[in-house]
Design a protein around this ligand. Structure first.
Ligand SMILES: NC(=O)C1=CN([C@@H]2O[C@H](COP(=O)(O)OP(=O)(O)OC[C@H]3O[C@@H](n4cnc5c(N)ncnc54)[C@H](OP(=O)(O)O)[C@@H]3O)[C@@H](O)[C@H]2O)C=CC1
Ligand SMILES: CC(=O)C(=O)O
Ligand SMILES: [Mg+2]
Length: 424
């Protein structure tokens, strides 16, 4: 894709009127000596003593219960690769803005200079008492798998690698809707996934959980199709090694009902799109630049459903639709973890919401006069105000049902949407 036309505007947005996108605000009255003595010494000693005697009181007297750490080591920043910890900070601050704006969850963004999993896990485990949950972000495969597994084992708060599960949930919701519109079923669809890293592996795993067939899934990394004769596969890639003669992306695309790109920019050509069977689905999800631009893909097919990870095209398949709301639901039932049933519940809720009439506020945000479920609207807009009703409810209900919630289903929550629609 061409260089971003609003580059200077994006830099200015981040620079002015003050650097960055976030600030911390005080939530209690704090103007008098009396208030100073309550907030600080001597008053602050009282909640300290309470928490020392009963650690659960941290949820009562501190911001822990509504505070998430967005933590990275900067090794897979969007599709830009290993930019290092410091350069990843604008993305992490961005995630914090989305958590706050969409689900009123507070965030500290933390960029950790740690290039091995031991150091990273150790750092996160040591700072974990501060938080109600840990959102791992932009950590490259294969370390991301080990890091997440070890932290889930160590900690009693939810640990969620957004690029894995957040992405997988949105991909699953969008794909089920897109396949339905194309008259195809997840159970039968041949799916080619370019990118066998954090996002690719988790997305394919969730699709398998939701009905896709392993024999129909072909994954690719930089060396081509992942097949059973390869001897260079990580354990996570090996799970997808199929017995096949397909070797290149060109080979794989000829049979693909679905292409999912979770790799890097400009890796797919118009010829590859042209070669796909009738009524294909193409999710080119690399950020900021997709595997192929919608302009190029749509120019060669008029029977295509196309999505990207970006906000400036229709059908934004992006984990922004997931992580704020998934953590909202998990925090509100004090979940110990975020399990697969919670992922599936979130995907089903999102899929269902896309089929509801679109409210006026969304039309306004997108400067449109009409939007409705169809090839250019397979997934709700990030500005849909009903996301906060649909997703946390589904996630909280699944947490309660599966026994990972420390509290009951919140009284102030709406009834969860349980029905799935479309191909399932
Ligand atoms: N839209 C969304 O919501 C999201 C989009 N993404 C996008 O997905 C991409 C991958 O992110 P993530 O999984 O976290 O990163 P990882 O580093 O964990 O994985 C990257 C994977 O992509 C593969 N890859 C990279 N370049 C190519 C290429 N030219 N051809 C084939 N395969 C390639 C790598 O291959 P190898 O294993 O051989 O190195 C690796 O398997 C990024 O572009 C990111 O922006 C990620 C999360 C959410
Ligand atoms: C959206 C996102 O998390 C990514 O591209 O890495
Ligand atoms: Mg990410």
């Amino acid at each position: 894709m061409a260089e971003y036309s609003r580059k200077q505007e994006a830099l200015d947005y981040h620079a002015f009127p003050q650097p960055g996108k976030l600030a911390i605000s005080v939530t209690k009255p704090f103007t008098t000596y009396e208030e100073l003595s309550l907030a600080y010494s001597p008053g602050v000693a009282e909640p300290v003593k309470a928490i020392a005697a009963n650690p659960e009181d941290a949820f009562r007297y501190t911001s822990k219960g509504n505070l998430i750490a967005v933590i990275t080591n900067g090794t897979a920043v969007l599709g830009l690769g290993n930019t290092g910890a410091l350069a990843s900070k604008p993305v992490m601050e961005g995630k914090a803005v989305l958590f706050k704006k969409f689900a009123d969850v507070n965030v500290f963004d933390i960029e950790v200079d740690a290039d091995n999993p031991d150091d990273f896990v150790d750092t996160v485990a040591r700072i974990a008492p501060t938080f109600g949950g840990i959102n791992l972000e932009d950590i490259a495969a294969p370390h991301c798998f080990e890091i997440e597994t070890r932290l889930i084992e160590k900690l009693d708060i939810p640990v969620f690698h957004d690029d894995q599960h957040g992405t997988a949930i949105i991909v699953a919701a969008g794909l089920k809707n897109a396949l339905d519109l194309q008259g195809k079923r997840l159970e039968d669809a041949v799916i080619v996934c370019m990118g066998a890293g954090a996002a690719g592996v988790a997305s394919m795993k969730l699709l398998l959980e939701m009905g896709a067939k392993l024999d129909n899934v072909f994954m690719l990394d930089r060396k081509g199709v992942i097949h059973s004769d390869r001897d260079d596969l990580t354990p996570q890639k090996a799970e997808f090694a199929t017995k096949t003669n397909l070797r290149t992306v060109d080979d794989a695309m000829r049979n693909a009902d679905v292409f999912i790109g979770l790799s890097g920019p400009d890796t797919v050509t118009q010829d590859m799109i042209r070669a796909m069977p009738p009524r294909p689905v193409v999710f080119a999800l690399s950020n900021p630049n997709p595997e192929i631009s919608p302009e190029l893909a749509m120019a060669v097919r008029d029977d295509l459903i196309m999505a990207t990870g970006r906000s400036d095209y229709p059908n934004q398949i992006n984990n922004v639709l997931g992580f704020p709301y998934i953590f909202r639901g998990a925090l509100d039932v004090r979940a110990r973890r975020i399990n697969t049933q919670m992922h599936i519940a979130a995907a089903n809720a999102l899929q269902a919401l896309a089929r509801e009439p679109v409210p006026a506020s969304v039309l306004e945000a997108h400067d449109q006069t009409s939007m409705a479920f169809g090839p250019e609207y397979i997934i709700p807009s990030p500005f849909d105000p009903r996301l906060i009703d649909f997703i946390p409810a589904a996630v909280a209900a699944a947490a309660v049902e599966t026994g990972v919630a420390r509290t009951g289903y919140p009284k102030h929550y709406p009834q969860p949407v349980t029905a799935t629609t479309g191909s399932d």
